[in-house]
Ligand binder design. Structure first.
Ligand SMILES: [Fe+2]
Ligand SMILES: [Fe+2]
Length: 256
């Protein structure tokens, strides 16, 4: 089983490189499952129904998200009908949608669960408490994949260590900057601190440098405009053996 996990797809530039590369990546690497973080898909923040359909038309199995998931009001209205679009599971439970999804591929039951961090992020519930409650449910799955959407590297690393051997594959997202620390932890969890983004290179984590610099210099309310131009696609491929153990995690990076 080979799982492809792609980091935050950012606005039009991100969608374009994703659309142009995904089929060849899947084909040449014999990928079985595709998971994409889509929280920045629609103009840099959030995910419209049109862009949810965009991913499903490209055979994406599960779309994870993060702090921007409810940026567009329409997402609140459709997320209950799209169980393969995840909100962070430790978000306020009064919000609609689910934070995990179980599906079948190649006779394996795969569970994907999405968390959000608490350091320099919006308020959310303790991810350890929520994970322990989730594990207590003893749901029926063979493979457990985690997207931990968080700013702080150590927060993601500590969480992965705490569930080493329980999680099959752990990827961090949100910073939009890929880390080079992919490895298999001692008890078998495939791990990377951050996938990085899929979006415009000449940008500040996706937005045009001009708009971000204005905000940094003046502190005035500023609308961040998505950048355009050449883009990068960042992700990992995780290989999982018949005993549901991760055997390899490999970074991929493509440019257009
Ligand atoms: Fe993001
Ligand atoms: Fe984010």
């Amino acid at each position: 089983m080979k799982v492809l996990m792609i980091g935050d797809v950012y606005a039009r530039a991100g969608r374009e490189i994703f659309e142009s590369k995904i089929n060849s990546i899947v084909k040449s690497n014999e990928i079985d499952v595709v998971i994409v973080n889509g929280e920045n898909t629609t103009h840099g923040k959030g995910l419209s129904k049109e862009h949810y359909d965009f991913y499903k038309n490209l055979n994406v199995d599960v779309i994870t998200s993060g702090n921007h998931i409810f940026k567009h009001r329409e997402t609140v209205n459709f997320i209950d009908e799209t169980p393969d679009l995840l909100k962070p599971v430790n978000m306020d439970s009064y919000t609609p949608g689910s934070g995990f999804y179980i599906f079948e591929k190649n006779d394996k039951k795969i569970c994907v669960i999405n968390f959000m961090g608490r350091t320099y992020m919006d308020n959310c519930n303790n991810p350890y408490e929520v994970m322990d409650d989730f594990l207590d449910l003893e749901l029926d799955y063979d493979i457990l994949l985690v997207d931990f959407h968080a700013e702080a590297t150590a927060e993601k690393i500590a969480f992965a260590w705490n569930y080493d051997g329980i999680i099959t594959g752990f990827v961090g997202t949100h910073t939009h900057v890929p880390t080079a620390d992919e490895r298999i932890l001692p008890k078998g969890t495939a791990f990377i601190t951050d996938l990085g983004m899929t979006g415009p290179i000449n940008s500040v984590i996706g937005a045009s440098p001009k708009s971000v610099i204005k905000k940094e210099k003046t502190g005035l309310p500023t609308r961040f405009e998505p950048a355009n131009g050449p883009s990068v696609l960042n992700g990992v491929i995780i290989e999982i053996n018949d005993n549901n153990k991760a055997t390899l995690i490999k970074r991929i990076q493509e440019f257009n």
